[in-house]
Write a protein that binds this ligand. Structure first.
Ligand SMILES: [Zn+2]
Length: 421
């Protein structure tokens, strides 16, 4: 039966050259196991099999030898601003055009990917520079992580997401400003129209904005309900910037999907987050940068003063929320500190009492769940994106090893390989 055997050979061999990555150890993040002598088989941009090397029989054309390294899924940062740098703070930022910030985004996308972050949620950018960056990356024109982007963040007039540095005669309002439930609904529709994957809103005051306080509410419960309902109807999740105690609770009650910063969350807020399954994102690393380098970078004196009061409280809130068992996703607010240093936050999370495995889960399985990508990213399983990083040593023993990523693969393509050097 010559015809049948030809057919058999055709089916059994991969249509494209398969890649086999040999890993000294492989961290199964969901199961919490560290497998020795492991391998990951990749076809195209997806994982075909992952596990003990001896159990993977399929032929591979390309072999990547990381047999001295520990492999784990590519990391995810759910709160980033790739089109922004710390030097864009304060009055200096007013001179930066949207095209110029897009170029900054190209630089930062590359830095962030090479630091091991293969997926990033960008929560706030002007002029849809983030949409352009995402599309450029997807088209293969520039190097960067998979991006989910929000476009301009929604906020109230004079709030954290407005621009408050200019005198009234300039008549300037940020493009995301929308007051009242119906205007906010219309703004959700508008940002979706221009390419947003999710909606970002400013529920409370913030640190880097002029004239407001992080603890005071901005969007009302009524406005946030309208935003959440409209966004969910259009298949988009909502991330709410909320430092303040009341804003955090209102955002959770309104059905917002993630609370960004979460700085002044109280026990009731923690209970509500658990009840609603809301993700909390604590960007606890950038406090160090703002206090040490913020003034030099051009941040307003009032911003530094706000951070002095808020940073320590946020870290304490992180500790309480973790102990209470809330869902947490890893977000750093890149752009407030220099891009590429994202992984520095892990060591701080562990120092504040988080188990290293939970810190890694917050940036893989948990983050993927928040993104709605739990069947495609955050784990090395059949059918998932072949997004893989490797480090020297065991990140469960020394979490800081994630700051020194030696190998990065995105969608089956090697982006960085310092291992064989
Ligand atoms: Zn932010």
């Amino acid at each position: 039966m010559p015809r049948l055997s030809i057919l058999f050979i055709f089916v059994a061999l991969p249509l494209r050259p398969a890649t086999l990555v040999r890993c000294g150890k492989l961290l199964d993040v969901a199961g919490g196991n560290l497998l020795s002598g492991a391998a990951v088989l990749i076809d195209g941009d997806k994982v075909v099999a992952a596990g003990l090397a001896s159990s993977i029989k399929a032929p591979a054309t390309n072999i990547v030898d990381l047999s001295g390294a520990t492999c784990l899924p590519g990391l995810i940062d759910v709160h980033d601003h790739l089109t922004s740098d710390p030097t864009h703070s304060g009055y200096q930022g007013l001179g930066i055009s949207v095209p110029r910030s897009t170029v900054t985004g190209v630089k930062n996308a590359r830095l962030t990917l090479r630091a091991g972050f293969t997926t990033v949620r960008n929560v706030g950018a002007s002029g849809y520079s983030d949409v352009a960056l995402r599309d450029g990356i997807n088209a293969g024109e520039v190097e960067g992580p998979r991006l989910l982007v929000s476009g301009p963040p929604l906020g109230i007039t004079g709030g954290h997401c407005d621009e408050n540095l200019l005198a009234p005669e300039f008549h300037f309002k940020e493009e995301g400003v929308a007051d009242g439930p119906w205007a906010a609904r219309a703004k959700v529709r508008e940002v979706v129209k221009y390419g947003a994957d999710l909606i970002k809103i400013c529920a409370s005051g913030g640190v880097l904005s002029k004239g407001d306080q992080p603890g005071t509410p901005q969007y009302t419960l009524e406005e946030m309900r309208a935003i959440a309902e409209e966004a969910h109807k259009l298949g988009r999740k909502v991330a709410a910037h909320a430092h303040g105690t009341e804003s955090i609770k209102d955002a959770i009650r309104a059905g917002i999907d993630s609370i960004e910063h979460s700085s002044l969350i109280d026990d009731e807020g923690i209970r509500l987050a658990k009840e609603h399954g809301t993700f909390l994102v604590f960007d606890i690393y950038n406090d160090d940068y703002i206090l040490q380098q913020g003034a030099q970078a051009g941040m307003l004196p009032e911003s530094i003063e706000k951070e002095k009061k808020l940073g320590g409280l946020q870290r304490e809130s992180f500790r309480r929320a973790y102990q209470a068992g809330t869902r947490m996703a890893f977000g750093t607010d890149g752009g407030v500190y220099p891009h590429g240093d994202n992984a520095r936050q892990f060591a701080l999370m562990v120092k504040l009492g988080m188990r290293p495995l939970d810190a890694i889960r917050s940036a893989t399985t948990n983050a993927a769940e928040l993104l709605g990508w739990s069947t495609r990213a955050g784990a090395l399983q059949p059918g998932f994106y072949a997004d893989l990083i490797a480090v020297e040593g065991d990140p469960l023993q020394d979490i800081a090893t994630l700051e020194r990523v030696k190998f990065v693969m995105k969608g089956g393509q090697v982006v960085r390989n310092d291992w064989s050097k």
